[in-house]
Design a protein around this ligand. Structure first.
Ligand code: UTP
Length: 292
């Protein structure tokens, strides 16, 4: 069955990027001239996804407004022929996909947030894009690369990448065997491993394609006794242990918009590639580095 639905959980508290995320969800924080979540919606649209559910709990109005027509603004831009390009760009944002919203009523972890999408997903495979993980690919969008693997192997798919050991210790380590150049069977996941526990430098990052049976696995996952949160990583771990998980070593650069340094890296690197300000920004950076 074709993957045409995606969910974007965007209901976290974003405590690592406070106070920026106090009134604005971190998923709406800016990268050059677009909020992070727009990059995700563009990635979905390019991969053939037509319906996207955004899971929110605050700042819902801002996200809804962003993906809607903005009558007054657009009428104003239309009057000025010099602003035709920006009018087209602003107008097109609302037409990229059918976007729906649901609230996660309590912030009880990513697994709990994903459960709010059960009715939307129905009986179809679906994509999950973590709202604060922007992944830029020059070629096939990363979620499309995962969909290709789902279509080839018919199993749940998660995005993986080799990371420096310090990062592996912060995320997770995976026991894998290769299926082809970029695709692996994932047998086991150890969360936040110690140095001695590291099995490989592969960690799970930001993108998944799941089948609807994952909802039952999440329901069977007890909340973490310390935090009270339901971790989606535990459900993914269960899939791995049951031989139902594929990892795709995706081609793309990931930026963590839930982290202050990640936000600056995203802005810097995407500003350098930006058609309008790229050259000017490069000159500015060259002068700046001379002073540090
Ligand atoms: P994170 O763990 O990075 O988000 O979740 P967080 O809890 O906001 O992070 P802190 O507070 O800075 O540590 C990854 C994604 O899952 C969503 C987040 O919005 C983010 O896009 N999420 C997380 C939810 O939708 N609901 C939750 O209960 C937790």
């Amino acid at each position: 069955m074709k993957v045409t639905k995606a969910i974007i959980p965007a209901a976290g508290l974003g405590t690592r990027v406070l106070p920026a995320s106090k009134a604005v969800p971190k998923e709406m924080l800016n990268i050059v001239d677009k909020p992070a979540i727009q990059y995700l919606v563009e990635e979905c649209a390019k991969a053939g996804i037509t319906d996207i559910l955004i899971i929110t709990n605050r700042g819902k109005g801002v996200i809804e407004d962003h993906f809607d027509y903005s009558f007054e603004l657009e009428e104003n831009l239309k009057k000025n022929p010099a602003k035709a390009d920006i009018y087209n760009e602003v107008h097109a944002v609302a037409d990229m996909a059918n976007i729906y919203y649901v609230r996660q009523k309590e912030t009880k972890g990513l697994g709990h947030a994903i459960l709010a999408a059960e009715a939307f997903v129905g009986n179809e495979p679906f994509a999950i894009l973590y709202g604060d993980d922007v992944i830029i690919s020059e070629n096939r969008p990363v979620i499309g690369q995962l969909i290709d693997a789902y279509e080839k192997y018919g199993k749940c798919v998660t995005g993986i990448k080799e990371c420096p050991r310090e990062q592996v210790m912060k995320y997770c380590t995976l026991d894998v065997t290769a299926l082809d150049d970029s695709t692996y069977s994932v047998h086991k996941i150890i969360e936040k491993p110690t140095e001695d526990e590291i099995i490989s430098n592969f960690a799970i990052l930001g993108r998944n394609v799941m089948t609807p049976d994952v909802f039952q696995i999440i329901k069977d996952t007890p909340p973490n006794p310390k935090s009270g949160e339901v971790y989606f990583s535990e459900a993914i771990s269960t899939l791995a242990e049951n031989g139902k998980l594929i990892g795709v070593d995706f081609d793309g650069k990931r930026y963590d918009m839930g982290d202050k340094l990640g936000i600056m890296q995203a802005n810097c690197e995407l500003a350098l590639k930006h058609p309008e300000i790229g050259e000017g920004f490069k000159e500015y950076l060259k002068e700046l580095v001379k002073t540090i």
